[in-house]
Ligand binder design. Structure first.
Ligand code: ZN
Length: 247
């Protein structure tokens, strides 16, 4: 039944996806959202997958590949890390990604970014990375990253398509439209380097108070809503002067 719902939805509410060719002309930055153990590594915590999950492992693989390509080309990379104080909950979610634990650390395949001069890492204690980038003095680390690097386009990857990725994209688009992010123009979301978690309808029915979250459906809705706010959804990324294509 769920697959029928998804098929109908994809037919009636299609997300047209383009391809992105990265060139020297448009300086592009990579934004990696929450590719941390607490969301991506099997058994790593309350919000981690309980068993191997193809959508999530594909997302990690593509994110790592892109991060390497961006760093090789000295293009800027910004990574959000969900990270919470143990005494400050984040309803409606159970405790997760407590600061200083392995849960709030990048997945093993991305930990080299911690020592990469090209990368800016930002611990955030809320869903929306744009808001999470506001520092105590009122400045915004993400805004500064865009301006200092003169970034004209961003490519967003990570987890969850319909939660942290979507909220960050929506806030970024609003900030761009208010001319707070000049020279940023394009916000691209790379669909196969995004993923969300799976809580199927039949499982949620048996958990008191649980909100069902079927993975394929919510991933699609996340992309659809991001597109509706003005993001470009891309299913293919390549470099103009590099023969490698990330599909
Ligand atoms: Zn969180």
């Amino acid at each position: 039944m769920v697959s029928t719902t998804i098929d109908l939805l994809k037919k009636d509410l299609p997300v047209e996806e383009g391809s992105l060719v990265l060139s020297q002309d448009v300086k592009t930055g990579l934004v990696i959202v929450d590719v941390v153990n607490g969301f991506c590594t099997v058994g790593a915590g309350n919000l981690a997958p309980t068993q191997p999950d193809k959508q999530i492992s594909d997302m990690v693989e593509e994110s790592v590949r892109l991060a390497r390509l961006f760093c090789e080309k000295k293009l800027p990379v910004f990574a959000f890390l969900d990270s919470h104080h143990p005494d400050i909950p984040e309803p409606p979610y159970p405790p997760h990604c407590i600061a200083g634990t392995d849960e709030s650390r990048l997945v093993t395949a991305l930990q080299w970014l911690e020592n990469e001069p090209n990368a800016t890492l930002k611990c955030k204690d809320c869903i929306d990375g744009f808001l999470g980038s506001i520092e105590k003095d009122g400045s915004n680390l993400f805004v500064d990253w865009i301006k200092n690097n003169q970034i004209k386009a961003i490519l967003v990857v990570g987890i969850c398509t319909d939660i942290c990725v979507l909220d960050f994209v929506c806030s970024t688009l609003s900030a761009r439209n208010r001319r707070m992010l000049t020279p940023l123009e394009d916000v691209n979301v790379y669909s196969s380097a995004c993923a969300t978690f799976d809580l199927p309808v039949h499982v949620a029915k048996n958990i008191d108070g649980a909100l069902a979250h079927p993975q394929d459906l919510m991933h699609h809705i996340g992309l659809y809503m991001a597109k509706g706010r003005g993001a470009r959804i891309v299913s293919e990324v390549s470099f103009a002067d590099l023969k490698e294509t990330c599909v």
